[in-house]
Design a protein around this ligand. Sequence first.
Ligand code: ATP
Ligand code: MG
Length: 408
Amino acid sequence: MKELLLVRYGDLVLKGRNRQSFVGAVNRLIREKLAGLDVGIDFCHDRVYVRLDNADPDEVIKRLEYVTGLYSFSIMTKTATDFASIASKATELLKEETKGQTVTFKVETKRADKTYPYTSPEISREVSGMILSGMPNLQVDVHDPALVLTIEIRRDGAYLFTGQIKGLGGFPVPIAGKAVVLLSGGIDSPVAAFLAMKKGLETELVHFESTPMTSIESVQKVIDLAAILARYAPGNNIRLHLVPFARIHEQIIANVPDSYLITIMRRMMVRIASGIRKKTGSLAIVTGDSIGQVASQTLESMACIQEAVDDLFIRPLASYDKLDIMAIARKISTIDISNRPFSDCCTVYVPKNPVIRPSASLAKNYEERFDFWAMVQQAIDSTKILKIRAGERFDIESLGLTVEEALK
Ligand code: ATP
Ligand code: MG
């Protein structure tokens, strides 16, 4: 009884050429995510119909839940276009839906086939009268009904549905442009990456790894997180830039007082990220910072870190509480990976009293103690790029003993 899936883009505020690129991008994602399933896809003006030939509707919806820019789905059932057939099919559908409970409802009709001999209000009126005569548990409420039965009259038949399943929303990747995302192995930054993608940003992931000071498992974590994020990307793959950070890390520990360690480390990270941003033609740097979460995420800290470069920063989680971030991490299945107990460069050596209100001029003084520019440039030049595919495990441990070796 489930023949067709109606997929909605939502209210498009975009007009003209923007609209065209929106629709082009979202349709490409739909085609890619449904590849291999026995379905037909019809792209219409402001919606898409997926013919569920031999495909399981739940599987189709599960895949479309990775398409950014889709607002909702409705599973439709088909019948002949005469009133008796529509009313009988509708009754069947509503009986299944209401299970005998008293429910308020209304009928809405959309007449896609303009040659059909009745108007939409006429169809709604006639059909709801016929349904009501067989279902005393239904009460008409045209203003605020609990259940809406929608009838779409098309050339090849009448399609009926009740209810909508929510999609991701946002915009299709990559219409919003490109950004680099600083991805640690923590809970926050994968969520920030996801939210950036949801807004239609194509992302290049950047991770600073300090092996052998930190464990190889910390890099594996980031690779596994990237494989989850790749599900939302066009082509189902995403690029992960692994920056060798150990040398700079050592120099910072040797030269910078404890309280400024994290501040300087972050300033070095954003300098390198800025170089990668330019190299990849990206427009912004995305981080998982959330205001006040830790000492390095006070406004003063963020300002002091950002002061090191001229780039545009986007912090999708700035105003989120940790619990809300965790709820998203759970929903996108990154939380279990993030919770694996391996330290990355920021947790390997945690200063006792990190500065809460760092000053840029003090930070600069400390940075003058070692020749960091050469090291920053070298880190940019020797960054390795991995192409991570959704659903494929790239296992660094089975490949070699060090990140360096594994990547060769
Ligand atoms: P997360 O859970 O994302 O690690 P966090 O709460 O632990 O965040 P911090 O460790 O203060 O926060 O890091 C703030 C942000 O800096 C991270 O969200 C991430 O965007 C970036 N970052 C930190 N460490 C790294 C790293 N090793 N590689 C890439 N980005 C990093
Ligand atoms: Mg972290």
